[in-house]
Write a protein of this length. Sequence first.
Length: 288
Amino acid sequence: MDDSDFKLNIAIVGMGLIGGSYAMALRPLTTKQIIGIDNDKNALESALNMGIIDRAYENGGSFLEKIDLIIIALYPKDTVKFVEDNFKYLKSGAIITDTSGIKQCVVGEINSFLPECLEFVPGHPMAGNEFKGIGGASKDIFKSANYIITPTAKNTSRGIDLIDKMARKIGCSNVTCISPEEHDRIITFTSQLPHVIAVSLMNSQEENEEDIKMFIGGSFKDATRVAQINTSLWTELFTINSDILVEEIEKFEESINLLKKAIISKDVDSIRNIFEKASSSRRKLVKR
């Protein structure tokens, strides 16, 4: 397989927000062809009309035998099912990658049945927005984003290097390799817990929405942006990763209770220390 200029036959499964964005970002490269696969005819038609894919299919099939790289942008359970149903069509040496927000279950299940002649390189682009579907897709969604690869002992340097190269070519600035287990532990704090907090904040307000509209500023918008959520996807992510997520929720409850107690007792020094610790931590973690 000649990937020196990314001259690959690529299939993208799922023409939604992330899959559509992949197609847009890969289109300017010197790919041989980009095939789109989705059971939503309207999404495929949109992708064809935008010129971001060359051919469209509603399901997998024998046409996959020419594919060098297959990118699966589906929910975790659907990702596993698509690979299980279609790996028989793939040629020896083909590389499979995904975009799932959780890794242990996806990696474990796929590697349990995937033959040695195929390679699954788990990937997670830390990119997205509050929209859903191909209408919200953009090639710029990956610009300066973090990209995580979660290899196992079954992966080769060839496969990892290809996904690393792809991530950088579509605009990601940082590519990190960690284990699936470590990925799920960290991502629970940096991604899933913020969604829990945003959803809970929105649902904690009993006032009429019209009564508070004129009192909303930047802090509220920042804190609740991800509450405009893809309900099906995040329900699946939360339930599959429930054990780790509950642990993080309990840690957060301890943290908010600490601040609550300081506020109740009007402990100015404790409140100030809590604020200063949070400000210092954020400066280290989030660089603008």
